[in-house]
Design a protein around this ligand. Structure first.
Ligand code: SAH
Length: 222
């Protein structure tokens, strides 16, 4: 854990504090998550052209037709995972790597799968530049999960899926929590799936809009 040091020394701390207040105002309560937002320099994960908007609570383009999600949705998703610092987390859809960085500060280890190699490489570089060492970025079809490091205490999917990919449920530890936007390509419901002793429990959290999860157990095509 490197909490307290990743964003130290830059001049954006005031902007991050404002973003933290915005998230608090929208109902994010988990102090570890809010602390992570205060620490992680989001502007380092965003292309130069839109960098001036880095601390707005909005989604932004990151290249390859993809977007970095809205900070509120990311903070809420991580909060739903109820991480206490000792969990092994799988993230599907690394994108910019920003949410990966947030996760690295609130979990023990993070495995993140991205299908676009160029995005994975950029994310790796940004994460390394911050000295985050409990993170592994992998290239592949995240709808298959990542079996070698399973089971996971939490799985966060950062792209929209028509249904819950079966391999992800299989790779969830007992008591584990899976957060995934489910629906059509146009609109989805952020959904919490829990693996309990009685089976799988599902609850809908909020209406959201994500880019599609493309792969064997997601949307087919491009
Ligand atoms: N959490 C990211 C959001 C990225 S958008 C961020 O903070 O920037 C969703 C990402 O999911 C895109 O980068 C997209 O390429 C990726 N993606 C889509 N389908 C995927 C799949 N089957 N496996 C892994 N990544 C996938």
């Amino acid at each position: 854990m490197v909490a307290g040091s990743v964003g130290a020394g830059d001049s954006f701390g005031g902007y991050r504090a404002q973003l933290v207040e915005t998230l608090r105002g929208k109902g994010v309560r988990d102090l570890a998550v809010l602390h992570a937002v205060q620490q992680v320099p989001r502007h380092l994960f965003i292309p130069q052209a839109v960098r001036h908007r880095a601390y707005e609570d909005s989604a932004l383009p990151i290249g390859a037709g993809q977007t970095i999600s809205q900070p509120y949705v990311q903070a809420r998703s991580i909060e739903l995972a109820r991480l206490g610092g000792h969990e092994r987390v799988l993230e599907i859809g690394t994108g910019s790597g920003y949410q990966t960085a947030l996760l690295s500060l609130v979990a023990e280890s993070v495995f993140s799968v991205e299908r676009v190699p160029a995005l994975a490489q950029q994310a790796r570089e940004a994460l390394q530049s911050l000295g985050l060492r409990n993170v592994t970025v992998l290239v592949g079809d995240g709808t298959l999960g990542w079996r070698p490091f399973a089971p996971y205490d939490a799985i966060l999917v950062a792209a929209a899926s028509p249904n819950v990919p079966e391999p992800l449920v299989d790779q969830l530890a007992p008591g584990g929590r899976l957060i995934i936007p489910l629906g059509s390509r146009e609109s989805q419901e952020l959904t919490l799936v829990r693996r309990t002793a009685d089976g799988i429990q599902t609850s809908v959290v909020a209406d959201v809009r994500f880019v599609p999860l493309l792969g064997e157990f997601g949307f087919r095509g491009s």
